[in-house]
Design a binder for this molecule. Structure first.
Ligand code: HEM
Length: 472
C-alpha cells in the first residue's frame, strides 16, 4: 500500500515493463531517446532501469534543484562493475561519495594542481607539446596527408596532460604508444554501456567481461604510474633540480604528510585525471573543428580574429585566450550543442525527497540531461544552428552558475580539471586555426558533414572527422 502511495507521487514517465522496466526506452544513445520522452513527460521524469529508479531532469530549473538547492541529498555517484575494478571506486575522487576522503582529494586538486598559479607555473610543459601538434600538421601539409582530427586531438590532449602531470613524453607521435593505448582502452571500458549492472541477472549482458577488461586496464595504468613515481623519487634523490609538473607537487604533499596523500591515492588520482581529462578534451576539439568546417563563415571570422590578435608566427600563450572573445564564444557554442557528458549524474541518499510535487525515491539514479537543455528552443533561439554570436553579448559562462549551460557540471562535484581543460581546448583550436587553412576531403560539402553521435565515456562524433590542412 505504501509503495503504491509513493509511486503515485513519482514523476511521470513511460510505463515500466515487469523486470526489464524501461530498458527498451534507453538504446545506444540514451540522451537522445530520453530527450524525446521528456518532451512528452516533462522536465522531471521517472524511468526504471531494471531494478533501479532513475530520474531524468531536463530543465535548468530542475538542474538547479538537484545540484544546488538540494545538493546535500545527492552525495553519491553511481558505480558500475567497471569502476569497481581494483577497488578504484573506494579511492577515486570521481566515484567516492561526498565525505572527508573525497573533500581532501578535491582540496588537493583545487589548491595544488589546478589553481591559476600552479597552471601558470607549468604552462611551458604544455607549450612544448603544442609545438609538436603544429609540427605534425605541418608534415601532413608537406605530404598532402589528410588529418584524422579526433586522433590528433586525442594524442595532443594526452601529450598536454601527460607533460603537465608527469613531465613524460609518453604519448609522443612516434614514441611509446603504451599510455595512449591503455588509456583509450580504459576510456572504452568505462564508457561502454553498463546496462549489465542493471540487467546482468537477465544474462543479456556481460558485467564480468567488462570487469575483467577494466581490471586489466586499471591494473596496467596503476603499474605504469607506480613505476613513473619510483623513477621520479629516485631521480630527485640524485638531483636538486625540481620539476614544475603536478607529480612534483603531490610528492611534496605526501612527503610532508603521508596521511594527507598516500601513494595509493596518488596513483588512483592519476587514473581519474587521465580518464576524465583526455577523452572529454579531445572530443570537444573534434566537435569544434567539425562545426568550423560545417560553417565556413564562422571559421573565417575566427581565423581573422586569431590571426589579427596573434599574428602569423607567435605561438598562442594561455594569457592570450582572454584577448580572443570570438574563440571563447565558438567554444561555448560547442559546449552547448555537443557537451562531452550529456548527463550529469548523481545518486540519491537513503531517504525520499520531495521536489515540487514529486517524490525522488531513495537511492535513485539521477541523470541531468544537459544535452536536452542545450538544444531546448525555449532557451536558445535556433538551437540547431551553430551561432557563436549568441554568446558575445551575454554573461553566461561555463563555471556552473548558469544552469542552462553546464558542460562541466555544477556544485560541489563540478569538474575540478576545468581550468586545465579550458586552457587546453582553447590552445589546441587556436593553434589549428592560426597556423593552417582547413578543407574537407575532396567531394565532401560542408552541409554533408555528419553529426551522428556515439556515447562512450564522453559524447563523440560517430564518424571521425577527416580534414586536409594547407599552409595559408
Ligand atoms: C572539455 C573537457 C572536460 C569536460 C567537458 C569535463 C566535464 C566534466 C563533468 C560534466 C564532470 C561531472 C561534474 C559534476 O558531476 O557536477 C566532470 C568531473 C570530473 N572531471 Fe572533468 N571535464 C573535462 C576535462 C577534465 C580534465 C582535463 C580533468 C583533469 C585533468 C578532469 C577531471 C575530472 C574529475 C576528476 C572529475 C570528477 C570530480 C568529482 O566527482 O568530484 N576533467 N568533468
Amino acid at each position: 500500500n505504501s509503495r503504491r502511495r509513493r509511486s503515485a507521487k513519482l514523476p511521470p514517465g513511460p510505463y515500466p515493463f515487469p523486470i526489464i522496466g524501461n530498458i527498451l526506452h534507453f538504446g545506444p544513445n540514451p540522451h537522445q531517446t530520453v530527450t524525446k520522452l521528456s518532451k512528452i513527460y516533462g522536465p522531471l521524469m521517472h524511468l526504471r532501469l531494471g531494478s533501479i529508479d532513475t530520474i531524468v531532469a531536463s530543465s535548468p530549473e530542475m538542474a538547479k534543484e538537484i545540484l544546488q538547492t538540494h545538493h546535500q541529498a545527492f552525495p553519491l555517484r553511481s558505480n558500475t562493475a567497471a569502476t569497481r575494478a581494483f577497488d578504484h571506486h573506494a579511492t577515486s575522487v570521481a566515484f567516492l561519495p561526498i565525505g572527508d576522503q573525497w573533500r581532501n582529494l578535491r582540496k588537493i586538486c583545487k589548491e595544488h594542481m589546478f589553481s591559476n598559479q600552479r597552471l601558470q607555473a607549468n604552462e611551458g610543459l604544455r607549450q612544448e607539446k603544442l609545438q609538436k601538434l603544429v609540427q605534425y600538421i605541418q608534415e601532413c601539409c608537406v605530404n598532402g596527408r589528410t588529418v584524422d582530427i579526433g586522433h590528433a586531438a586525442v594524442v595532443t590532449s594526452l601529450n598536454l596532460m601527460s607533460n603537465t602531470v608527469l613531465s613524460v613524453d609518453s604519448a609522443d607521435y612516434n614514441t611509446c604508444q603504451e599510455l595512449e593505448d591503455i588509456i583509450c582502452r580504459c576510456m572504452r571500458v568505462w564508457g561502454s554501456p553498463n546496462l549489465g549492472d542493471y540487467f546482468g541477472f537477465l544474462g543479456l549482458f556481460d558485467p564480468q567481461g567488462i570487469k575483467r577488461e577494466a581490471e586489466f586496464c586499471v591494473g596496467k595504468l596503476l603499474a605504469m604510474f607506480d613505476s613513473i613515481i619510483d623513477q621520479r623519487v629516485e631521480a630527485s634523490r640524485n638531483s636538486q633540480a625540481r620539476k614544475t609538473d603536478l607529480l612534483e607537487v603531490l610528492l611534496e604533499i605526501s612527503d610532508g604528510n603521508q596521511a594527507e596523500l598516500t601513494r595509493n591515492e596518488m596513483k588512483h588520482l592519476f587514473v581519474d585525471l587521465f580518464v576524465a581529462g583526455v577523452d572529454t578534451t579531445s572530443g570537444t576539439v573534434e566537435w569544434v573543428m567539425t562545426e568550423l568546417l560545417r560553417n565556413p563563415h564562422v571559421m573565417s571570422k575566427l581565423k581573422t580574429e586569431v590571426r589579427t590578435v596573434l599574428g602569423a608566427n607567435k605561438q598562442i600563450e594561455e594569457s592570450d585566450i582572454s584577448k580572443l572573445p570570438y574563440l571563447q564564444a565558438v567554444i561555448k557554442e560547442a559546449f552547448r550543442y555537443h557537451p562531452s557528458g550529456p548527463f550529469i549524474t548523481r545518486v540519491k541518499d537513503g531517504n525520499d525527497l520531495q521536489i515540487k510535487k514529486y517524490v525522488i525515491p531513495k537511492n535513485a539514479l539521477i541523470l541531468i540531461n544537459i544535452w536536452a537543455t542545450g538544444r531546448d528552443p525555449s532557451i536558445w533561439p535556433n538551437p540547431d544552428s551553430f551561432e557563436p554570436e549568441r554568446f558575445l553579448d551575454t554573461e553566461i559562462d561555463v563555471k556552473g552558475h548558469h544552469f542552462e549551460l553546464l558542460p562541466f557540471g555544477a556544485g560541489r562535484r563540478i569538474c575540478p580539471g576545468m581550468p586545465l581543460a579550458y586552457r587546453m581546448v582553447h590552445l589546441i583550436v587556436a593553434s589549428l586555426v592560426q597556423n593552417f587553412d582547413w578543407k574537407l576531403e575532396p567531394g565532401v560539402a560542408p552541409e554533408d558533414v555528419d553529426l551522428s553521435e556515439k556515447l562512450g565515456i564522453s559524447l563523440h562524433k560517430a564518424i571521425p572527422l577527416k580534414a586536409v590542412p594547407t599552409k595559408p
